[in-house]
Design a binder for this molecule. Structure first.
Ligand code: SF4
Ligand code: SF4
Length: 324
């Protein structure tokens, strides 16, 4: 039996805000839930209310001793949201924060040249059905030494699996720094529980030998990154916590663990604010209305499986360990 995961930890408390800004996307991937791209909740406008409520939340956590903040924007496609850049600029001025974005990297290079300075981490999901390979490659080469972390996240479409493998192998040839994540299709994109079952055993086998590939040959900004989580194992080893790796290793089962759900605010496309996205922390307000109940909180997890990458990296500890 291999080592056992016993805790996910943060060097110092930080608030992670995971914000699914709307449900509009310029792609319509076949494996994606239409609720993620249809655009019924564009959420344009109300910028002043967003900024005032964000300021109030930030001040509350600061008063509770949280010094660092991490904002992770997803969608839909967040770079297509009208409020996106003004909010990122506000957060840069207001907090000591890191800003991460999950994007399909479809904006042209000129857009990234103008705004890359706002971002620390970019998860660049590659969706083979809609991506412009040339643009994705050009942006990847540009960004790979401009931000702390650029993940080229390959979404492994079943029918075009080997085409994606070939494309990513090409990226490795032209990107001086790369972080390739081979990502099985998973329920964070649809609402189906459990990992995608690939019909071809060779594709399933691929994930046994391919998870993450990293290479760095030129410097990155090396900005301070206190807003990270680490995985602690029963043999004493501590590693950077990568949610994808935890899922692939089947370590995302935290029933009965103590979980700091208040360390992760999740804002959904309709504006509801919950503590974590799993439902265990409950809905505590609305980003355009009442945010008075948003704050730090620890609970016992009763879920069978921790499904979402942002939930997985919330600090948590195995209860027996905490009590021993
Ligand atoms: S998977 Fe991502 S890029 Fe594709 S349609 Fe859904 S939100 Fe858009
Ligand atoms: S499912 Fe929810 S409560 Fe359980 S570990 Fe994940 S985030 Fe925490």
């Amino acid at each position: 039996m291999g080592r056992e995961l016993v805790a996910i930890e943060a060097p110092e408390p930080y608030l992670a805000v995971t914000w699914q800004v709307n449900n509009f996307c310029n792609f319509k991937c076949s494996y994606c839930n239409p609720g993620n791209w249809g655009g019924a909740n564009p959420n344009n406008g109300n910028l002043d209310i967003y900024l005032n409520n964000l300021r109030e939340i930030i001040n509350k956590y600061k008063a509770a001793g949280y010094k660092q903040f991490k904002f992770f924007f997803s969608g839909g496609e967040p770079t297509a949201w009208r409020n996106f850049i003004p909010i990122c600029e506000f957060l840069r001025e207001e907090t000591d924060c890191t800003i991460a974005v999950n994007t399909n990297l479809s904006r042209p290079k000129a857009w990234w040249e103008k705004y890359y300075h706002l971002f620390d981490d970019i998860v660049a999901s590659f969706h083979v059905e809609f991506a412009n390979k040339e643009r994705y490659t050009e942006n990847s080469i540009f960004l790979c030494d401009k931000v702390n972390y650029l993940s080229s996240k390959m979404l492994m479409h079943e029918e075009r699996f080997w085409e994606i493998v070939e494309f990513a192998e090409g990226l490795k040839q032209v990107m001086p720094n790369y972080f390739i994540e081979w990502t099985p299709l998973y329920d964070e994109l649809s609402h189906v529980t459990g990992p995608w079952q690939y019909k071809d055993p060779a594709k399933t086998e691929f994930f046994n030998t391919h998870n993450i590939e990293i290479h760095q040959s030129v410097d990155k900004p090396n900005k301070r990154a206190d807003t990270v989580s680490y995985s602690r194992y029963d043999d004493g080893t501590i590693t950077f916590c990568n949610a994808n790796e935890i899922i692939v290793n089947g370590d995302n089962f935290f029933t009965n663990w103590l979980c700091n759900v208040g360390d992760c605010i999740f804002i959904n496309p309709t504006g509801d604010v919950s503590l974590a996205s799993c439902g265990m922390g409950g809905t505590v307000g609305h980003i355009l209305e009442d945010i008075s109940n948003v704050g730090p909180k620890q609970i016992t997890c009763y879920k069978d499986m921790c499904m979402c990458g942002t939930d997985i990296i919330i600090p948590k500890i195995k209860k027996s360990l905490e009590l021993s």
